[in-house]
Write a protein that binds this ligand. Structure first.
Ligand SMILES: Nc1ncnc2c1ncn2[C@@H]1O[C@H](COP(=O)(O)OP(=O)(O)OP(=O)(O)O)[C@@H](O)[C@H]1O
Ligand SMILES: [Mg+2]
Length: 224
């Protein structure tokens, strides 16, 4: 069973008295263990697609099965717990809490789950170690470089041991060399830990590092 199976999905946003079709007849199947790049121009619908896949956003019609579960039929609570246990989000601007340390940022998602309190610190350290920034654990996020911040953000994304990472332009704020390092880290998490990864990018070099590329144009998705 694929991890993600989206069929003939349509999504619109309300605009004034009408609506704007942001995703049109999208079909997308993603198998477990895939590393997929989503490319497309600004405004084509990449973030919208990622938000739908991440169950952050609803859709108008069509179907979406996550690991065989019908997302349309899930309650908000069920979607929230799916996100908390199954999906790690990574953003272009990291979205870390600047006044907290790296370790505090990474530990944060665990306070919402079933992790025993005594284990939280160790799990956060494990995740920071996997992403290569354990030495930065007690540093405040404001005192870190962009690449280090993204490593902390990826540690936060994997600390709950998700099946899926959704990364929206994860290298968009980084220079070329740092971008490549971050992509290599995502590739390693994909290959070694078997995490399915979907990366939104408009950088062909970044997309070429992924096993498969799909394109969105005006809300329509095409395979390469
Ligand atoms: N909340 C919203 N209300 C109305 N329209 C929206 C909303 N969010 C996005 N849109 C529109 O939907 C389309 C797709 O937006 P989306 O953010 O998915 O694009 P994108 O491919 O991620 O672009 P970028 O590369 O600039 O991030 C755009 O035309 C955008 O203006
Ligand atoms: Mg976007």
């Amino acid at each position: 069973m694929p991890l993600i199976k989206i069929s003939d999905l349509n999504k619109s946003y309300p605009v004034g008295k009408g609506k704007f079709a942001a995703l049109k007849h999208v079909d997308l199947t993603v198998e477990r263990g895939e590393m997929l790049a989503v490319m497309g121009k600004s405004g084509s619908g990449k973030t919208t697609l990622l938000n739908v896949i991440g169950t952050l956003d609803s859709f108008d019609s069509g179907s979406y099965l996550y690991n065989g579960h019908n997302v349309k039929k899930m309650t908000d609570g069920a979607k929230a717990s799916l996100r908390a246990s199954e999906i790690g989000f990574v953003h272009q601007d990291f979205l870390l809490m600047n006044r907290k340390t790296a370790a505090q940022n990474v530990a944060f998602p665990l306070y919402f789950g079933k992790t025993p309190y005594g284990k939280i610190k160790r799990l956060a350290a494990d995740a920071l170690s996997k992403t290569g920034v354990l030495e930065q654990a007690d540093k405040h996020v404001t005192d870190m470089s962009g690449g280090q911040k993204q490593r902390v953000a990826i540690a936060r994304a994997i600390v709950t041991k998700p099946s899926l990472i959704l990364a929206d332009e994860p290298t968009g704020a980084l220079d070329r060399a740092t971008a490549d390092e971050i992509m290599r880290l995502l590739l390693e998490l994909n290959r070694k830990n078997g995490i399915t990864v979907i990366v939104v990018t408009h950088d062909i070099e970044i997309a070429d590092m992924c096993g498969r590329i799909v394109y969105i144009k005006d809300g329509r998705l095409m395979e390469s």
